[in-house]
Design a protein around this ligand. Structure first.
Ligand code: ZN
Length: 450
């Protein structure tokens, strides 16, 4: 669940997932409701899709025999699509508003039940869309993102990015192209390789401590960091079940100081790790909802996952707190000059306003309006990517297509929802409560408050 993910890694992840057993969280409850059967069929369909699409199953910690069954039966795409449609018809017959018989009647159950039915229906329709895409059908950028992620990214004009670049141009004076001046500036804030672990450990500890002040997590939750090379992604978190996550940080390319808190929050606390722990605790273990033992990458759940992970950075570290912590702890740990914290983050906050340029280039490229060379030139001009980074980004878009919207649009949608739910924007505690509620429920992107 991070930016650049390759199939070659995913197959490794699946192998590792298999090794996590036999500590399965909990045996599925006795099949007492038709919804349990539908949930089981959903998990099996996602596993079946994984046989055709190496990227599809991002994490799975349900019964290992279901995975083996998918590998041996190798259901064809046509059949998967038909089964998904039939399962949605079964769902149609389920009560949408009433509390199911046999379920506890604690407050909020009716709402959770409604969200569960809607979620399964929408995840299945995204699965059907992915089947059509794998069979060669091409949708427009917006139609595809709507079908897979339940959201459409707003179009942004180039003039908006031009204004941001002009501001950056004034901020980074000197000769040569702006892209090179920006690269030279960034290179002064690289974390030396021999200090990387100390910096990351300090960032993770701080993110975890801040999260635990507001969210209770099971005492056995764990988050392991590994440093790896030879990957095409910057970092990757995948969930192993039993409240455990593994994060791998790729050290092939220089890692800049802002990545410490960004990655610690996004991948760990209160991002992906906490999201998965809360889903396992609240939905899988407490309620027996098996559909949450699997995570389908090309589905609406990804917008919620990436959106909460990115927004979680600001929840854990509001800007003033972050600058203070960077100055006092992280810059010294990285051997960087603490007096330059404000300067660095001023430039970063200008750069953040270019994030939607990445969506625009993906939209044009995938719609066939521009070719790869033009897309690369666009990225270099409007996101200040170096030619190498632009080329890597094009490869990402080729593989993950409209997934790109989940990071920035997802963050903006989640921020809006949480801020409306929590009311007063200065009420930090209320913001954490609303954020935890979102992390603990199967809410769809279209169900977020606007
Ligand atoms: Zn992520």
């Amino acid at each position: 669940m991070k930016s650049v993910i390759l199939a070659v890694f995913l197959s490794g992840a699946v192998a590792l997932a298999a090794r996590v057993e036999p500590q399965t969280p909990k045996a599925p409850p006795i099949k007492s409701s038709p919804m349990d059967t539908i949930a089981e069929q959903y998990v099996k369909l996602v596993l079946a899709m994984g046989q055709h699409d190496a990227d599809y199953v991002d994490a799975y910690y349900g019964p290992p025999e279901w995975k083996k069954e998918a590998e041996t039966s190798k259901v064809d795409l046509e059949t998967i699509g038909l089964r998904a449609r039939a399962l949605r018809a079964d769902l149609e017959r389920q009560p949408r508003t009433a509390t199911p018989s046999g379920a506890s009647s604690k407050s909020g159950d009716a709402e959770m039940w409604r969200l569960r039915v809607q979620y399964l229906d929408r995840q299945l329709s995204a699965l059907e869309a992915r089947v059509r895409i794998l069979k060669g059908e091409r949708l427009s950028f917006d139609d595809e993102s709507k079908a897979l992620y339940d959201a459409v990214a707003p179009a942004r004009a180039e003039t908006e990015f031009t204004e941001v670049l002009a501001q950056l141009d004034r901020r980074l004076p000197g000769g040569g192209p702006l892209q090179q001046r920006y690269e030279a500036f960034r290179n002064q804030f690289v974390i030396p390789r021999d200090r990387l672990d100390a910096v990351f450990t300090a960032a993770i500890d701080a993110c975890r401590r801040r999260t635990l002040e507001h969210i209770s997590l099971p005492p056995e939750e764990r988050f392991t960091v590994e440093y790896v090379t030879g990957k095409s992604w910057a970092a990757y978190n995948w969930y192993q079940g039993n409240y455990r996550s593994l994060i791998q940080v790729n050290t092939d390319l220089p890692i800049l100081i802002d990545r410490a808190i960004d990655l610690a929050c996004h991948e760990g606390y209160p991002g992906h790790h906490v999201y998965n722990v809360l889903l396992e605790k609240n939905l899988v273990r407490d309620r027996g909802w098996q559909e949450f033992t699997i995570y389908a990458l090309f589905s609406p759940q990804s917008l919620i996952a990436e959106g909460t992970a990115n927004y979680g950075i600001e929840v854990a570290f509001p800007r003033a707190d972050r600058l203070e912590f960077e100055r006092r702890v992280l810059f010294p740990a990285a051997g960087l000059d603490p007096a330059r914290v404000d300067e660095y983050y001023d430039v970063q906050s200008i750069m953040d306003r270019l994030s939607y340029a990445g969506n625009e280039v993906a939209r044009r490229y995938l719609n066939g309006d521009i070719d790869a060379a033009a897309a690369s030139a666009w990225l270099e001009k409007y996101t200040l990517a170096s030619p190498a980074r632009a080329a890597q980004r094009i490869r990402f878009i080729d593989q993950y297509r409209t997934y790109v919207i989940n990071y920035n649009l997802g963050k903006d949608m989640v921020a809006r929802h949480v801020e409306l739910e929590s009311g007063d924007e200065d009420d930090t505690a209320a913001r954490w409560v609303a954020f935890e509620q979102l992390l603990s429920s199967p809410r769809l992107p279209s169900g977020l408050r606007k």
